[in-house]
Design a protein around this ligand. Structure first.
Ligand SMILES: *Cc1c(COP(=O)(O)O)cnc(C)c1O
Length: 444
C-alpha cells in the first residue's frame, strides 16, 4: 500500500544534508528506539481511523495526496526545521519560497508581483482582503453565494461590510445581480472564485473585468482550488477565457496544498502591485535582519511559517515545472477527463443525473427519484457506497440549482465527488459500477 523505497531516498538525501554540517562537534542526543517504537506503532494504529484519501476509491472531498518528492523533501527539511518568517530562520528555504512564488506568478502571466506562501487559502484570502480594505477603506467586499464561506467570515474579522451575490444556473457569480450591487457605488472589491469548492464553477472573470472598466473596483481572484487548472490544455473555451483573465486581476490566492501536490500548510497569496508591501510594515526589533529588499517576514501577516512547505514545493516544481503542455499540466487534464468521463457514465445509466457539466474536476449529482425523496436517497447512497469502499461527499444545494423537475424543499442534499487524483481517470468505470450497484441494491 505504501512504498517504503521513499525512506531509502530520504536516507540518501539526509546523508548529503549531514555532510554540510560535518565540521561541527558531535552533539547527537541519541535515540531511544525502544521507547519510541511502541508509541509510533500506536500512532500508526490510530491513524488507521481515516478514510483512504490517497486511494482512487476515495471520491469525496477535496483531498489529494502529496507527491512523493514533496513528502520526502518536507521530511528532509525537518532535520533543519527552518522558519520562513525571516532570513535568519531559514536562508535556503526563504530563497526557495521566493523562487516558487515567482513560478506561480508566472503561471498567471505576471512578471511583477509581491507574494509569499501562507499556512493555507484562508490566511491567504485574509491577507488579500486586508490589503483590499486598506486601499478601499469602508467599502464593501462582495462574492458569490457559492464563494468559500470564509470570505464572509474573514470580512467579519476585518470588520469589512460583506454582501453575498446570487449565482447563475451554473453556480457561477450572476453578473446581472453583481451589476445591481455595483450601481450602489460602495463596492470596493469583488471576489471572483476560480473554481468553487462546492461545484467547481468558475466565475466569468473576463466579463467581470469589463464591468470593472465601468464601475472601478478591485478584483481579487480566489483560485485556492482551481488556480492550477490554468495550465490544463482541456478547459472548455469559455472557462479558458475566464482563466486567461487572471493576468489582469489585483490579487490571487492559490493553494499548492490543493492541486499543487503539497502536504497541508501551503497556500499562496499574490499581489500584482508590489507597492502594497508598504501595508505590512512593522517594527519588531528582534525577528529579522533588515535588508534593502523586503524579505518574507516583512510581507506576511503570519510570523512563524514552515520553511518545510517551501522546500517541498520547490522540489516538486523541479520535478514537475508549472508550465502548460508539460507533465504536471497533463496530470490536471487527467482530472478534467476523469470528471467528464465519470459524469458521462452516470448520465448514460438510469439511476443518477449529474447537475452541472463539470467546468473542472468536481462532479455534483443526484439519485433519480421523487423530488421529496432525493435528499434521503442521496444520504443513503453516501452511506451504502462507503460499505463498498467507495467514499463520496454530500453537498447541500439550494434547490434553484436543480432542474425544475427535481425541486422540492428549499435545499437538497446531493452527491459530490472531487476527482482530483489523476489515477481516477482509469477508475471511473469501477466507481460508476459501484454506484450502480448501490442503486440496484435499493431497488431503484
Ligand atoms: C479550500 C478553499 C479555501 C480555503 O483554503 P484553506 O487552504 O482550506 O484554508 C478558500 N477558497 C476556496 C475556493 C477553496 O477551495
Amino acid at each position: 500500500m505504501f512504498n517504503s523505497d521513499e525512506l531509502a531516498l530520504l536516507d540518501d538525501a539526509l546523508q548529503v544534508l549531514a555532510e554540510g554540517f560535518s565540521d561541527l562537534p558531535d552533539a547527537d542526543p541519541g535515540l531511544d528506539s525502544e521507547k519510541l517504537r511502541p508509541i509510533l506503532r500506536e500512532v500508526a494504529t490510530q491513524m488507521r481511523d481515516n478514510f483512504p484519501y490517497f486511494h482512487p476509491l476515495y471520491a469525496g472531498q477535496m483531498l489529494k495526496p502529496p507527491h512523493p518528492v514533496a513528502r520526502i523533501a518536507y521530511a528532509l527539511s525537518l532535520w533543519v526545521n527552518p522558519n520562513n518568517h525571516a532570513l535568519d530562520g531559514g536562508r535556503a528555504s526563504s530563497a526557495m519560497e521566493k523562487s516558487c512564488v515567482s513560478e506561480i506568478a508566472g503561471m498567471f502571466g505576471w512578471s511583477e508581483h509581491l507574494g509569499h506562501l501562507t499556512g493555507g487559502g484562508t490566511m491567504a484570502n485574509l491577507e488579500a482582503l486586508w490589503v483590499a480594505d486598506r486601499l478601499h477603506p469602508g467599502k464593501r467586499v462582495v462574492a458569490s453565494e457559492q464563494a468559500h464561506y470564509t470570505h464572509g467570515r474573514i470580512s467579519e474579522v476585518l470588520k469589512i461590510p460583506f454582501t453575498a451575490i446570487p449565482v447563475a444556473g451554473d453556480a457561477s457569480l450572476d453578473l446581472d445581480a453583481l451589476e445591481s450591487e455595483l450601481k450602489k457605488g460602495d463596492v470596493g472589491t469583488v471576489v471572483a472564485t476560480m473554481g468553487t469548492t462546492g461545484t467547481g464553477s468558475v466565475d466569468a472573470l473576463d466579463e467581470l473585468l469589463v464591468l470593472r472598466e465601468r464601475y472601478s473596483f478591485r478584483v481579487h481572484a480566489d483560485a485556492a482550488y482551481g488556480g492550477y487548472f490554468t495550465l490544463a490544455g482541456g478547459l472548455s473555451e469559455p472557462v479558458r477565457r475566464r482563466f486567461d483573465a487572471l493576468a489582469d486581476v489585483d490579487s490571487i490566492v492559490i493553494d499548492p496544498h490543493k492541486h499543487g501536490l503539497q502536504p497541508y500548510g501551503c497556500g499562496c497569496v499574490l499581489f500584482s502591485d508590489p507597492s502594497v508591501g508598504r501595508f505590512y510594515k512593522h517594527d519588531s526589533a528582534y525577528t529579522y535582519f533588515s535588508s534593502d529588499e523586503l524579505h518574507l517576514g516583512e510581507i506576511s501577516l503570519e510570523c512563524s511559517r514552515a520553511g518545510a512547505a517551501a522546500v517541498a514545493l520547490w522540489a516538486t516544481q523541479q520535478l514537475l515545472p508549472s508550465r502548460p503542455g508539460g507533465e504536471f499540466s497533463a496530470l490536471l487534464d487527467d482530472c478534467l477527463d476523469a470528471a467528464r468521463d465519470f459524469t458521462g457514465r452516470l448520465d448514460a445509466g438510469e439511476c443518477y443525473r449529474t447537475l452541472f457539466e463539470p467546468m473542472l474536476d468536481i462532479a455534483v449529482y443526484t439519485r433519480l427519484g421523487q423530488p421529496d425523496e432525493l435528499s434521503t436517497l442521496n444520504r443513503q447512497t453516501f452511506d451504502e457506497a462507503a460499505e463498498l469502499d467507495l467514499h463520496l461527499a454530500l453537498i447541500e444545494l439550494p434547490s434553484e440549482l436543480l432542474p425544475a423537475s427535481l425541486r422540492h424543499d428549499a435545499s437538497t442534499s446531493c452527491l459530490r465527488s472531487v476527482l482530483m487524483k489523476p489515477e481516477q481517470r482509469a477508475w471511473c468505470e469501477e466507481i460508476v459500477r459501484r454506484l450502480e450497484q448501490v442503486a440496484l441494491a435499493s431497488g431503484q
